[in-house]
Design a protein around this ligand. Structure first.
Ligand code: S3P
Length: 172
Protein backbone atom coordinates (compact mmCIF):
# COMPACT_ATOMS: atom_id res chain seq x y z
CA UNK A 1 0.00 0.00 0.00
CA UNK A 2 1.06 3.59 -0.61
CA UNK A 3 -0.01 6.36 1.76
CA UNK A 4 -1.01 9.62 0.07
CA UNK A 5 -0.02 11.55 3.16
CA UNK A 6 1.84 10.63 6.32
CA UNK A 7 -0.20 9.45 9.26
CA UNK A 8 0.80 10.85 12.66
CA UNK A 9 -0.30 8.71 15.59
CA UNK A 10 -0.80 10.76 18.74
CA UNK A 11 -2.14 9.91 22.19
CA UNK A 12 -1.25 9.52 25.83
CA UNK A 13 1.84 7.64 27.05
CA UNK A 14 1.31 3.91 27.19
CA UNK A 15 -1.80 3.78 24.99
CA UNK A 16 0.05 1.65 22.44
CA UNK A 17 1.08 4.05 19.66
CA UNK A 18 4.30 2.14 18.95
CA UNK A 19 2.64 -1.28 19.03
CA UNK A 20 -0.17 -0.06 16.76
CA UNK A 21 2.24 1.61 14.34
CA UNK A 22 4.38 -1.52 14.02
CA UNK A 23 1.33 -3.73 13.40
CA UNK A 24 -0.07 -1.28 10.84
CA UNK A 25 3.25 -1.00 9.02
CA UNK A 26 3.62 -4.77 8.85
CA UNK A 27 0.05 -5.38 7.64
CA UNK A 28 0.12 -2.70 4.93
CA UNK A 29 3.83 -2.85 4.03
CA UNK A 30 4.63 0.77 4.68
CA UNK A 31 7.47 2.44 6.54
CA UNK A 32 7.01 3.51 10.11
CA UNK A 33 9.16 5.74 12.26
CA UNK A 34 8.84 6.88 15.87
CA UNK A 35 9.71 10.37 17.07
CA UNK A 36 11.21 9.15 20.38
CA UNK A 37 13.39 6.68 18.44
CA UNK A 38 14.56 9.41 16.06
CA UNK A 39 15.45 11.63 19.00
CA UNK A 40 17.26 8.82 20.81
CA UNK A 41 19.38 8.00 17.77
CA UNK A 42 20.17 11.63 17.09
CA UNK A 43 21.20 12.18 20.72
CA UNK A 44 22.65 8.70 21.23
CA UNK A 45 20.91 8.47 24.62
CA UNK A 46 17.53 7.45 25.97
CA UNK A 47 14.60 9.83 26.45
CA UNK A 48 14.83 9.20 30.19
CA UNK A 49 18.48 10.32 30.17
CA UNK A 50 17.67 13.43 28.12
CA UNK A 51 15.03 14.42 30.71
CA UNK A 52 17.46 13.79 33.57
CA UNK A 53 20.45 15.54 32.06
CA UNK A 54 18.87 18.42 30.15
CA UNK A 55 15.25 18.72 31.24
CA UNK A 56 11.88 18.70 29.54
CA UNK A 57 12.26 22.00 27.65
CA UNK A 58 15.35 20.68 25.91
CA UNK A 59 13.46 17.51 24.95
CA UNK A 60 10.54 19.56 23.56
CA UNK A 61 13.00 21.48 21.41
CA UNK A 62 14.29 18.18 20.01
CA UNK A 63 10.70 17.22 19.21
CA UNK A 64 10.28 20.46 17.26
CA UNK A 65 13.49 19.78 15.31
CA UNK A 66 12.19 16.30 14.54
CA UNK A 67 8.87 17.76 13.34
CA UNK A 68 10.72 20.19 11.07
CA UNK A 69 12.73 17.34 9.57
CA UNK A 70 9.58 15.25 9.02
CA UNK A 71 7.85 18.19 7.33
CA UNK A 72 10.70 18.71 4.91
CA UNK A 73 11.79 15.11 4.32
CA UNK A 74 9.25 12.39 5.13
CA UNK A 75 6.43 11.13 2.89
CA UNK A 76 4.12 8.13 2.78
CA UNK A 77 5.07 7.06 6.28
CA UNK A 78 3.28 6.16 9.49
CA UNK A 79 4.78 8.20 12.29
CA UNK A 80 4.22 7.26 15.91
CA UNK A 81 4.93 10.08 18.31
CA UNK A 82 5.71 10.71 21.97
CA UNK A 83 2.74 11.72 24.11
CA UNK A 84 3.75 15.40 24.12
CA UNK A 85 4.73 15.66 20.46
CA UNK A 86 1.37 17.24 19.58
CA UNK A 87 2.80 20.52 20.94
CA UNK A 88 5.03 21.11 17.91
CA UNK A 89 3.95 24.15 15.92
CA UNK A 90 3.61 22.41 12.54
CA UNK A 91 1.72 19.22 13.50
CA UNK A 92 -1.05 19.59 10.92
CA UNK A 93 1.53 20.01 8.14
CA UNK A 94 3.09 16.64 8.92
CA UNK A 95 0.12 14.51 7.82
CA UNK A 96 -3.25 13.21 9.00
CA UNK A 97 -3.37 13.33 12.79
CA UNK A 98 -4.85 10.13 14.25
CA UNK A 99 -5.59 10.06 17.98
CA UNK A 100 -5.64 6.77 19.88
CA UNK A 101 -8.14 7.33 22.66
CA UNK A 102 -8.91 5.51 25.93
CA UNK A 103 -9.61 6.35 29.57
CA UNK A 104 -6.70 6.95 31.93
CA UNK A 105 -7.67 3.85 33.93
CA UNK A 106 -7.49 1.66 30.84
CA UNK A 107 -4.06 3.02 29.87
CA UNK A 108 -2.70 2.63 33.40
CA UNK A 109 -3.97 -0.92 33.51
CA UNK A 110 -2.47 -1.70 30.08
CA UNK A 111 0.94 -0.66 31.38
CA UNK A 112 0.64 -2.49 34.70
CA UNK A 113 -0.49 -5.75 33.10
CA UNK A 114 2.08 -5.74 30.29
CA UNK A 115 4.93 -8.28 30.32
CA UNK A 116 7.54 -5.58 30.79
CA UNK A 117 5.59 -3.24 33.06
CA UNK A 118 8.66 -2.08 35.00
CA UNK A 119 10.54 -1.27 31.83
CA UNK A 120 7.55 0.62 30.42
CA UNK A 121 7.25 2.71 33.59
CA UNK A 122 10.98 3.28 33.87
CA UNK A 123 11.38 4.72 30.41
CA UNK A 124 8.54 7.22 30.93
CA UNK A 125 9.64 9.93 33.39
CA UNK A 126 6.21 11.60 33.25
CA UNK A 127 4.43 8.38 34.25
CA UNK A 128 6.40 7.90 37.46
CA UNK A 129 3.60 8.99 39.76
CA UNK A 130 0.12 7.82 38.66
CA UNK A 131 -1.56 10.81 40.34
CA UNK A 132 0.54 13.27 38.36
CA UNK A 133 0.14 11.24 35.19
CA UNK A 134 -3.65 11.38 35.66
CA UNK A 135 -3.47 15.15 36.06
CA UNK A 136 -1.46 15.40 32.85
CA UNK A 137 -4.00 13.14 31.11
CA UNK A 138 -6.90 15.35 32.24
CA UNK A 139 -5.10 18.44 30.98
CA UNK A 140 -4.27 16.92 27.62
CA UNK A 141 -7.28 14.88 26.63
CA UNK A 142 -9.32 17.84 25.38
CA UNK A 143 -6.37 19.19 23.44
CA UNK A 144 -5.69 15.81 21.84
CA UNK A 145 -9.31 15.64 20.69
CA UNK A 146 -9.24 19.16 19.30
CA UNK A 147 -6.12 18.63 17.17
CA UNK A 148 -7.05 15.16 15.84
CA UNK A 149 -8.34 14.64 12.30
CA UNK A 150 -9.46 11.15 13.28
CA UNK A 151 -10.20 9.69 16.72
CA UNK A 152 -9.90 5.93 17.21
CA UNK A 153 -11.20 4.54 20.47
CA UNK A 154 -9.04 1.56 21.42
CA UNK A 155 -10.69 0.20 24.58
CA UNK A 156 -11.82 -3.38 24.20
CA UNK A 157 -10.63 -3.65 20.60
CA UNK A 158 -8.11 -6.06 19.14
CA UNK A 159 -4.97 -4.67 17.52
CA UNK A 160 -6.25 -6.01 14.23
CA UNK A 161 -9.51 -4.08 14.50
CA UNK A 162 -7.66 -0.90 15.47
CA UNK A 163 -5.36 -0.97 12.47
CA UNK A 164 -8.26 -1.69 10.12
CA UNK A 165 -10.15 1.30 11.51
CA UNK A 166 -7.12 3.52 11.00
CA UNK A 167 -6.80 2.34 7.41
CA UNK A 168 -10.50 2.95 6.76
CA UNK A 169 -10.66 6.35 8.43
CA UNK A 170 -7.56 7.68 6.70
CA UNK A 171 -8.41 6.22 3.28
CA UNK A 172 -5.09 4.44 3.49
C1 S3P B 1 6.05 12.05 26.80
C2 S3P B 1 5.79 10.80 26.28
C3 S3P B 1 6.87 9.82 25.96
C4 S3P B 1 8.18 10.53 25.68
C5 S3P B 1 8.51 11.48 26.81
C6 S3P B 1 7.43 12.54 27.04
C7 S3P B 1 4.91 12.96 27.10
O1 S3P B 1 6.50 9.04 24.83
O2 S3P B 1 8.13 11.25 24.47
O3 S3P B 1 8.70 10.70 27.96
O4 S3P B 1 5.11 14.17 27.28
O5 S3P B 1 3.75 12.47 27.13
P1 S3P B 1 5.37 7.88 24.87
O6 S3P B 1 4.04 8.53 24.60
O7 S3P B 1 5.76 6.94 23.78
O8 S3P B 1 5.42 7.25 26.21
Amino acid sequence: MKLKRNIILVGFMGIGKGTTARAFAKEYSIYNIDTDDLIESKENRKVKKIFEEDGEAYFRNLEQMTADWIESSVQGTLISSGGGFYKVDNLSKLGRVVLLDASFEWIHNRILTSDNAQKKLKKRPLFKHPKEAKKLYDERIKIYKSIADVIISVEGKSLDKIIREIAKETDA
